[in-house]
Ligand binder design. Structure first.
Ligand SMILES: Cc1ncc(COP(=O)(O)O)c(C=O)c1O
Length: 418
């Protein structure tokens, strides 16, 4: 019998990724997990709350503003720390936000992308995403009923291939309204866009009149090589910059922001973002904003400075996982290259290529019998991309945990190759 409350969208695998991960971890408490992309527990330092708040109070004391009103009253929808964020973007990114009101402070990336999608997709159109891709974007796009076109990662990184896909869509009457990109160290595959690819994507966006949703969640986690200019800094008029402090400070704050496009010829999106926000979360908790602003002020507005100890620690974690992989899978260098992995210059993940398919049932088997949980990259795909890949997260595992976990995973892989 059909019910008025039948909502099949909630059965979509993309909406079940986090639930699946949690349930496998709960069912296998003795398994070591390399599956979760959480930041390191050791880096979640509650003393940052007191420090940030104290610094913010000190800062407000030197202004005409009332701390009581700022912290205790309903706040401005767009946020109370927009000017601080604008200075941070200038200091760290060379981005000039001409009007701090074009920043909307949000509850994490997740709210920032929800508001952005609402403001862009009011009258249909297509959202392009790389495939595989972080389920935070595809999950919310599905909930909002937006048409998503997944672009295989190889084509996504190749400007010529990407143009062809957009033109094919055009020829079918489908208008690309926006494209989501994590230009620095994506989740799940840790891919980055080259400077050339960023420029090419921006000029395509100008030519074909679409927006880019630039997610910078992992941008401040570079372990080698020179930083590549953010897309927002190259062309503000085409880019919604979606920032998150989940990795750089800690996720419990639920702090993020969106910087709407600025410049001639672009409608003021920030007003619409605020209208939507005023009905969804009213305003971002003032205490959380105060902590972030205080920490930025304390660090001369630089997240890079604030992040330095974390970057050192994650560099060691990445190196350790790479060493374990080299030790446990020496046969990857033989002529057949049966197992391989990337060597990401940043981010939280290493992506591994196996000589067999690895999906949900393999993940369960590996957890139950070999006591290690690794995440099938393909569960982030809307098609059947990355069927043979696993995402190994080094961010929140201890060194001894990683050593053991990679040994256990080697045993699993060997068992499959016999
Ligand atoms: C690609 C990507 N973007 C953004 C985020 C952070 O989202 P939020 O700020 O909502 O915690 C994550 C966290 O896992 C992520 O992997």
């Amino acid at each position: 019998m059909s019910s008025a409350f039948e909502n099949t969208i909630f059965e979509d695998p993309i909406l079940n990724v986090i639930h699946l991960l949690n349930s496998i971890a709960q069912e296998n408490p003795e398994a070591i997990s390399l599956a979760s992309g959480r930041p390191d527990d050791q880096q979640c330092d509650p003393s940052l709350i007191d420090r940030g708040l104290a610094q913010y109070k000190h800062y407000i004391a030197g202004t005409e503003q009332s701390l009581a009103t700022l912290l205790c009253q309903y706040g401005k929808t767009a946020g109370i720390i927009n000017e601080t964020l604008a200075i941070h973007l200038q200091v760290d990114e060379g981005i000039t936000v001409s009007n701090p009101e074009s920043i909307v402070v949000c509850l994490g990336f997740q709210e920032a992308c929800t508001l952005t999608l609402l403001s862009i997709f009011e009258s249909g159109g297509v959202l392009l995403v790389p495939d595989p891709v972080f389920s935070g974007i595809t999950g919310i796009a599905k909930l909002l009923g937006i048409t998503i076109v997944p672009v295989p990662m190889a084509a996504f990184l190749d400007p010529t291939a990407l143009r062809k896909i957009i033109e094919e869509l055009e020829s079918r009457g489908e208008k690309t309204k926006a494209l989501y990109a994590v230009p620095d160290f994506s989740n799940p595959t840790a891919d980055s866009l080259s400077y050339h690819a960023r420029k090419a994507m921006l000029s395509l966006a100008n030519e074909k009149n679409f927006f880019i949703l630039e997610d910078t969640a992992y941008r401040y986690f570079r372990y080698e090589g020179a930083a590549i200019a953010s897309m927002k800094s190259i062309d503000s008029s085409r880019v919604f910059l979606l920032g998150s402090f989940a990795k750089s400070i800690f996720p419990g704050l639920r702090m993020g922001y969106v910087v709407a496009p600025e410049g001639a010829g672009v409608t003021s999106f920030s007003t619409n973002l605020c209208k939507a926000k005023s009905l969804i979360t009213v305003n971002t908790p003032a205490l959380c904003q105060a902590v972030v602003a205080g920490l930025l002020i304390e660090n001369e507005y630089s997240l890079k400075g604030l992040n330095q100890p974390r970057v050192l620690s994650y560099t060691n974690k990445r190196n350790h996982m790479l060493e374990c992989l080299e030790r446990e899978f020496p046969f990857k260098v033989d002529a057949q290259r049966r197992v391989s992995w990337n060597h990401p210059a940043g981010g939280f993940f290493i992506n591994m290529q196996l000589p067999f398919a690895f999906g949900e049932s393999e993940m369960r088997e590996c957890a139950q019998q070999f006591k290690v949980i690794v995440f099938p990259t393909t569960l982030f795909s809307l098609t059947n991309e990355a069927a043979n890949q696993v995402r190994l997260s080094f961010s929140n595992a201890t060194a001894s945990g990683v050593t053991q976990a990679i040994g256990r995973f080697r045993a699993y892989v060997e068992s499959r190759l016999q």
